[in-house]
Design a protein around this ligand. Structure first.
Ligand code: F0G
Length: 449
């Protein structure tokens, strides 16, 4: 097979991106108070803020959009959506929602009560917030390697099964309404969970009669990492691997904005009939009738096709190779990144990148601001601004939208990161001028010290 990995698509509709001058970016950054969330997207050249809802749809998805059945109840689009989800996930009930966090709110709102605990490898921030909003405690139990940025391990997203067993024995199964596995582990660097680990967690849950749910946002990328890295899976298709993964669980929450290849949407799956009935009742109250759940029929069509496309091997080979290419090319020049490269994003270690900037001066925010100044790239800080004093690392995430940027865009990002790396000694920290009482990173205002 040729060595060069190409985009497995050609482009038939283009969206121009706009160059700005360095002087313009200096002004724009000042006006945005050094917070990239406050920048107009039109002033960003390469937008790596998130891979969520930012992907490009295929011709097949756009064609399916025209087939959207907008009936309030019993729409044909729902049937196609459910059939596509069930083929891959295999669960009895499929409940559409407007995005992932709506599925989380409904699941935890019904399953959790005050004093409960929900273990996960690592909760994503909305998942944690929804567990806590339901009165329960969110417990992160990723393996120790998953907390160290430089340690190499093929499945850094794995759950610490010994710690999970200890927790169940210590607090009792009655206080653990469900266990969750996030595939891939976004907050831990987009790192995968192995099939062996999924099996072990599943066996432990079944032994104690605790349901196992997946946070399935990036399930296709996880399946492909299993194919590449786990013994016995290299001749299986990503779809067969995904089907096996989900067979060990009892349900899932899903944001179709990631591996659903759609710009909006999500769903909740369960095998539990009683829970499904309660979930549908709550869905009608806040999201919509159970055959649309807050989505248009055309959105359901786009997801039905997108889920299948996310599992295509040509696509996954390009996707994982492209992310690794970015990470490996900057790491080869000494840039500190979370190792190994994850599925959807590269995470720069800002504390190691800017050792002269104290943690109180937000090294992650300072580095993200510099990447914008140097090359118009937007990334996101995951560190002291986002999590306050509880932040264990200061990372800058460069998340790659699906099927949006080409190899030359990635080469450009590499060049800009290396240029900032050369100038790192002159980068200054920032001080906070305004913060909201919660989720402060979205609206914070800062200035250079
Ligand atoms: N779970 C994980 C692992 C996620 O990464 C996200 C979203 C959600 C749940 C919530 O889904 O946005 O559809 O409500 N992650 C995005 C990100 C926002 O940028 O990583 P949602």
């Amino acid at each position: 097979m040729p060595r060069t990995i190409i985009e497995p698509f050609r482009i038939k509709s283009v969206e121009p991106i706009r160059w700005t001058t360095r002087r313009e970016r200096e002004q724009l950054l000042r006006a945005a108070h050094y917070n990239l969330f406050l920048l107009p997207a039109a002033d960003v050249l390469i937008d790596l803020l998130t891979d969520s809802g930012t992907g490009a749809m295929s011709t097949h998805q756009w064609a399916a959009v025209m087939e959207g059945d907008e009936s309030y109840a019993g729409s044909k689009s729902f049937d196609r959506f459910r059939a596509s989800v069930q083929e891959i996930f295999g669960y009895r009930h499929v409940i559409p929602t407007h995005q992932g966090r709506a599925a989380e709110r409904i699941l935890f709102g019904i399953a959790c009560k005050k004093g409960d605990l929900v273990p996960n490898n690592t909760h994503f921030d909305t998942t944690r917030a929804n567990v806590e909003f339901a009165g329960a405690e969110a417990v992160d139990l990723v393996i120790p390697e998953g907390r160290q940025s430089q340690t190499d391990h093929p499945f850094k997203g794995n759950m610490d099964v010994v710690a999970l067993r200890e927790l169940i024995v210590r607090v009792g199964r009655d206080r653990i309404p469900l266990v969750m596995l996030t595939v891939t582990n976004n907050s831990g660097g987009g790192q995968p969970v192995s099939m062996a680990n999924i099996c072990e967690v599943s066996a432990l849950c079944r032994e104690h009669k605790i349901p196992l749910y997946f946070d399935a946002c990036r399930f296709a990328e996880n399946a492909y990492f299993i194919k590449l890295r786990e013994k016995g899976y290299d001749s299986k298709t990503p779809k067969q691997i995904a089907q096996e993964m989900f067979s060990y669980g009892d349900g899932c929450t899903m944001s179709a904005k990631k591996d659903g290849m759609a710009n909006i949407g999500g769903f909740l799956c369960t095998n539990d009939d009683l829970l499904a009935q309660q979930q549908k009742d709550l869905l009608i109250l806040t999201e919509g009738y159970p055959t649309y759940g807050g989505l248009a029929g055309r959105d359901l069509e786009a997801i039905a096709v997108g889920l299948q496309e996310a599992l295509e091997e040509d696509y996954l080979r390009y996707r994982i190779a492209s992310t690794a290419y970015l990470g490996n090319h900057v790491a080869a020049q000494g840039v500190p990144i979370v190792q190994p490269p994850g599925g959807h994003a590269i995470y720069l270690d800002a504390r190691a990148f800017l050792p002269h900037v104290p943690v109180e001066q937000f090294p992650g925010v300072a580095l993200a601001a510099e990447l914008y100044l140097e090359g118009g790239i937007r990334s996101v800080e995951i560190g002291s601004l986002m999590f306050g004093k509880s932040a264990k690392m200061d990372l800058v995430r460069l998340a790659i939208p699906r099927r949006v940027y080409t190899q030359s865009h990635i080469d450009y990002v590499v060049e800009i990161i290396l240029e900032v790396w050369r100038k790192r000694g002159s980068i200054r920290g920032l001080k906070l001028n305004y913060e909201a009482p919660f989720l402060r990173h979205f609206t914070a205002k800062l200035e250079p010290v």
